[in-house]
Ligand binder design. Structure first.
Ligand code: FES
Length: 302
């Protein structure tokens, strides 16, 4: 574990500095791509975060002054270039607002790296599982685990073939790649946890399973590995406000104890996480999100 996750290394808004003959804006978007419909990748100038980032950590940002705080996993970081890479799906009002920023625009504020770095070590046979937009985070962990010398299997899943992001990049990193889709348009029809279960039933064994994605997927991966006593780590997406362990918004029960995802996580032993409680908490704000989307829709239409 490196550093104190309670310390925010870069905060505040729209700072700029003179370097060479140009004005360098902090939090500036330097690259943008659409990986799949509604799934965007951005590179952001954030030299302090890029210097300190470790696998599994995240940032919290606000696209504008009155925007909501959005926690996003660090997908890549380049200390030389001073940039970090983030991937998000435009699902709510705030992520839609973020998605409208273009290259040259600046994110209003950005803090990080937050959370404890993930455990990256040599386990032997590791399996990385990613669902939906979180395939990006699975790719980042696959790279780190490969560098640590593990033999690597990846199982990625999405609703449909066009949503299977980072497929080509993963193929270059892992020893075996399996894909699943809900509609059967590519790979095995079903979810990554179904595929994992059938691999385990056919005698496949792993020394580590890492899963990231929707809570239902992580819960089901956890249930699949539990009977085999396979070390299973999940990266949780809780609701977050301050990201420093002060507000209590991201609390989760792990092994009967209350933990804060932002400072004690985001990665936990899957077999100890109370997923039902976590999913109930995530559903609490669905109505507010629907209202926020209506307001943003009105703003966009003028
Ligand atoms: Fe406030 Fe974690 S986000 S305690």
């Amino acid at each position: 574990m490196g550093g104190n996750p309670r310390k925010m290394l870069s905060a505040g808004s729209l700072r700029a500095s003179i370097r060479g003959d140009g004005l360098i804006m902090e939090n500036e978007i330097t690259f943008k791509d659409e990986l799949a419909p509604g799934v965007k990748l951005i590179k952001v100038r954030a030299p302090l975060i890029a210097k300190k980032a470790r696998s599994g950590q995240f940032v919290i940002l606000r696209a504008s002054e009155d925007g909501e705080r959005i926690p996003l996993t660090l997908i890549d970081w380049d200390p030389k270039e001073g940039t970090i890479t983030l991937v998000f799906r435009e699902v709510g009002a705030s992520t839609k607002e973020l998605g409208r920023l273009e290259v040259g625009d600046a994110i209003h504020d950005l803090v990080g790296p937050l959370g404890r770095p993930g455990e990256v070590a040599f386990y032997g046979r590791a399996c990385v599982i990613g669902g939906g937009v979180a395939i990006a985070a699975a790719y980042e962990r696959a790279k780190s685990l490969k560098e640590a010398g593990n033999s690597l299997t990846a199982i990625i899943g999405a609703r449909t073939a066009g949503q299977l992001i980072f497929k080509d990049q993963l193929r270059k990193v892992v020893d075996r790649l399996y894909t699943t889709t809900d509609d059967g348009s590519e790979g095995v029809k079903g979810s990554p946890s179904d595929l994992l279960r059938s691999l385990l039933e056919s005698g496949e064994r792993f020394d580590l399973v890492f899963a990231v994605g929707p809570e239902a997927l992580m819960k089901s991966v956890s249930e699949a590995t539990r009977p085999y006593n396979i070390k299973t780590i999940v990266s949780l997406n809780s609701l977050m406000v301050d990201g420093t362990g002060m507000c209590g918004c991201c609390r989760v029960t792990v092994g009967g104890r209350t933990m804060f995802t932002c400072v004690d996580g985001p990665e936990f032993d899957a077999h100890l996480v109370d997923f039902d409680e976590l999913m109930a908490r995530l559903r609490m704000y669905e109505e507010e999100e629907r209202l926020a989307l209506k307001v943003v829709g009105r703003r966009c239409r003028g």
